[in-house]
Design a protein around this ligand. Structure first.
Ligand SMILES: NC(=O)c1ccc[n+]([C@@H]2O[C@H](COP(=O)([O-])OP(=O)(O)OC[C@H]3O[C@@H](n4cnc5c(N)ncnc54)[C@H](O)[C@@H]3O)[C@@H](O)[C@H]2O)c1
Ligand SMILES: O=c1ccn([C@@H]2O[C@H](COP(=O)(O)OP(=O)(O)O[C@H]3O[C@H](CO)[C@@H](O)[C@H](O)[C@H]3O)[C@@H](O)[C@H]2O)c(=O)[nH]1
Length: 487
C-alpha cells in the first residue's frame, strides 16, 4: 500500500523543525522537505548533523528520523507530484519596495510556490498554509492553484505558533526522548494547533480532518482548534501583536521606572501575578527582535489601513514605534553614560542573537544597537555563543553599509567572552544568554578600562555584586546608578 506522502516547500526555521516532528510522531508517513537553496538542503543532510539552524534538541530529533521517513531534497517537482499533502513554509518578509513597502507582507515566494504546485500536480492535493500570511491569502492562492483546472486542491490554513529557542520551541516541538524536565510536560500540552478551512466545502472539511488526524498523534484533540480560514489567518497576526504589545507596554513602563525610581522587575511581578494578566512576556528589554513580531504587526497595520481602519492601524503601529524608541533610548543611555562620547572607545557587546538559545539574528535589537554605536565611531568587541562571525559581519555590513575592510577596523568578534571584555570601557548585554550571569566579573573588572560600565539590556547580570566590585551599572527600568552621567 502506498504510504501517505507529505511535502513541505521551505526548509527554514519552520519547515525543518515542524516536518521533523511530524516525521517523528507519524512513522507511517513519509515527509520530504524541499527548498531552492542547495546550501540549506546540504546542511540539513550533513552527515555530521551540522544543521542550518541551532535549536537545542533539534539535531537529535532530525538524526533519529532522517532517511527513515524524513528526507531533505532539491527535487521540488518530484516531491510535489508524489505528495498527498503540501505544506508551504516559505518566508514572507515585509515588502521593501513598491505598493505597501515597509508594511505589507511580500507574498512573492508564496505565489511562486503555488504556481509551481499548479504546474506540476496531476493528482488531488491538500495545500497547507504554514507561512504567516495576510488575511484572505488562502483565497488568492486558491485562484492560482485552480486556474489550470488539472486537478483538485483543498486549501487549509495552519499557522505556526512555535517560538525559537529552548524553552518555547522545545515545549511545542521536541519529544520526551530528547529533553528532560518541564519541557516534557509542556510538549504534551501545547497551547493549541489552529486549522482554518472553508467549512462550507465538504472536500475542505475532509482535508481538515486528515490534518487533524496527523496532529492527533501527539496533540490532545481538545487543543486542536478548527475555524474558518480567515479567522485562522487573522489569529496568527493578532497573537503576535498581543505578545509584542505586552513587551512594548513593559518597556514603556521601564522608562517611567527610570524617571521615578520604581523597579521594573518589581512592577512586572506585581502586575503579572494577577492571573488575568499573567507573568509571561513582561520582561523589560532593549526591545523585541526576531523575524516575526515586527513583520506581522506591520502586516496587520497594512491590513487595517487598506480597510480604512486608521485608528486601529495607528494603535498597532505604536507597538513598533515604542520598540524602536526603546532601542534608541538604550543607546542614548550608553553614550550619555560614557561622558557623551564613545568615539574610539572599545565597547563589548555580549550577545547578538535576537534572544537566547538560538543562533538567529533576524531583526535582532543587537544589530540596531551596534549600528548606532558604530555611527558614533565606537570600536566593538562582540561575543555570542551561537551566532557565526560571518553572520554578524554580514548583518553589520548590511546595516552600516561599511565595506569589509572598514568593518574590520571597527569590529572584532571573539570566541571567548573574557577576551571580548579585554580593555573595554563598557559591557553591553544585548541577549539574555544564561552564561552571562555566571561570568567571573572580578576578572572582567580587572581587565577593563576605568570607570568600568555595564549596560544590561536584559537585566540578567548580578547588578549589586557588580556595583560592589566597582562597576557603574545601568539596568533597563532599574533605579539609576548615581555615578551614571545623565546629562
Ligand atoms: N521563525 C519562526 O519562528 C516562525 C514561527 C512561526 C511562523 N513563521 C512564519 O513561517 C514562515 C517561514 O519562516 P522561516 O523562519 O522558516 O523562514 P526561513 O527564511 O527560515 O525559511 C524559508 C525557506 O523557504 C525557502 N524558499 C523561499 N522561496 C522558495 C520557493 N519558491 N521554493 C522553495 N523554497 C523556497 C528559502 O530558501 C528558505 O530556506 C514565515 O511566513 C514566518 O513568518 C516563522
Ligand atoms: O518578556 C519578553 C518576551 C520576549 N521578548 C523579546 O521578544 C522577542 C520575541 O521573542 P519570542 O516571542 O520568545 O520569540 P519568537 O521566536 O520570535 O516567537 C514569536 O514569533 C513566532 C513567529 O511568528 C511565533 O510563532 C511565536 O509564537 C512568538 O512567540 C525576542 O527578541 C525576545 O527577547 C522580550 O523582550 N520580553
Amino acid at each position: 500500500m502506498k504510504r501517505y506522502q507529505i511535502c513541505c516547500i521551505g526548509a527554514g526555521y519552520v519547515g525543518g523543525p515542524t516536518m521533523s516532528m511530524i516525521a517523528y510522531q507519524c512513522p507511517h508517513i513519509d515527509v520530504t522537505v524541499v527548498d531552492i537553496s542547495q546550501a540549506r538542503i546540504d546542511s540539513w543532510n550533513s552527515p555530521s548533523g551540522d544543521l542550518p539552524i541551532y535549536e537545542p534538541g533539534l539535531r537529535e530529533l532530525v538524526l533519529s528520523v532522517r532517511d527513515r521517513n524524513l528526507f531533505f531534497s532539491m527535487e521540488l517537482d518530484e516531491a510535489i507530484e508524489n505528495a498527498d499533502m503540501i505544506f508551504v513554509a516559505v518566508n514572507t518578509p515585509t515588502k521593501m519596495s513598491g505598493l505597501g513597502a515597509g508594511r505589507a507582507a511580500d507574498l512573492t515566494r508564496w505565489e511562486l510556490s503555488a504556481r509551481r504546485i499548479a504546474a506540476v500536480a496531476t493528482t488531488p492535493k491538500i495545500v497547507v498554509e504554514k507561512s504567516t500570511v495576510p488575511i484572505r491569502t488562502a483565497e488568492a492562492i486558491a485562484s492560482v492553484l485552480t486556474a489550470s483546472g488539472r486537478t483538485h486542491f483543498s486549501i487549509l490554513s495552519n499557522p505556526e505558533f512555535l517560538a525559537e529557542g529552548l524553552e518555547q520551541a522545545l515545549k511545542y516541538l521536541l519529544c520526551v526522548h530528547f529533553c528532560k524536565g518541564t519541557a516534557i510536560q509542556d510538549l504534551q500540552n501545547p497551547d493549541r494547533v489552529l486549522i482554518g478551512t472553508n467549512t462550507e466545502d465538504p472536500c475542505s472539511v475532509e482535508a481538515m480532518n486528515v490534518l487533524v488526524d496527523i496532529y492527533s498523534h501527539w496533540v490532545p484533540r481538545n487543543r486542536i482548534l478548527t475555524t474558518n480560514v480567515w479567522s485562522s489567518e487573522l489569529s496568527k497576526l493578532v497573537a503576535n501583536s498581543c505578545l509584542a504589545q505586552r513587551v512594548s507596554t513593559i518597556n514603556a513602563v521601564s522608562e517611567i521606572c527610570e524617571a521615578t525610581g520604581a523597579d521594573i522587575d518589581e512592577v512586572a511581578n506585581a502586575v503579572g501575578l494577577d492571573k488575568r494578566i499573567g507573568v509571561k512576556f513582561l520582561k523589560a528589554s532593549i526591545g523585541f527582535g526576531g523575524s516575526c513580531f515586527q513583520k506581522d504587526i506591520l502586516s496587520l497595520v497594512y491590513l487595517c489601513e487598506s480597510l480604512g481602519l486608521d485608528e486601529v492601524a495607528e494603535y498597532f503601529y505604536w507597538i513598533v514605534k515604542l520598540n524602536d524608541h526603546q532601542k534608541e533610548r538604550f543607546v542614548f543611555r550608553i553614550i550619555h553614560g560614557l561622558f557623551n562620547t564613545v568615539t574610539g572607545k572599545r565597547i563589548t557587546i555580549l550577545g547578538f542573537a535576537f534572544k537566547k538559545d538560538t543562533g538567529d539574528t533576524r531583526e535582532s535589537s543587537a544589530i540596531e544597537v551596534c549600528r548606532r554605536l558604530l555611527h558614533e565611531n565606537a570600536i566593538l568587541s562582540i561575543y555570542d555563543p551561537k551566532v557565526q562571525s560571518s553572520q554578524i559581519l554580514s548583518d553589520l555590513g548590511h546595516c552600516t553599509r561599511l565595506d569589509p575592510l572598514e568593518l574590520n577596523q571597527h569590529v572584532s568578534i571573539y570566541a571567548d567572552p573574557y577576551e571580548a571584555c579585554n580593555q573595554s570601557h563598557a559591557l553591553v548585554v544585548c541577549t539574555e544568554w544564561d552564561l552571562f550571569k555566571e561570568l567571573d566579573f572580578e576578572r572582567i573588572y580587572c581587565q577593563m578600562e576605568k570607570p568600568a560600565f555595564a549596560f544590561d539590556g536584559r537585566n540578567i547580570l548580578p547588578h549589586e555584586r557588580m556595583k560592589s566590585l566597582g562597576f557603574v551599572v545601568y539596568g533597563i527600568g532599574k533605579p539609576l546608578d548615581k555615578r551614571l552621567n545623565l546629562v
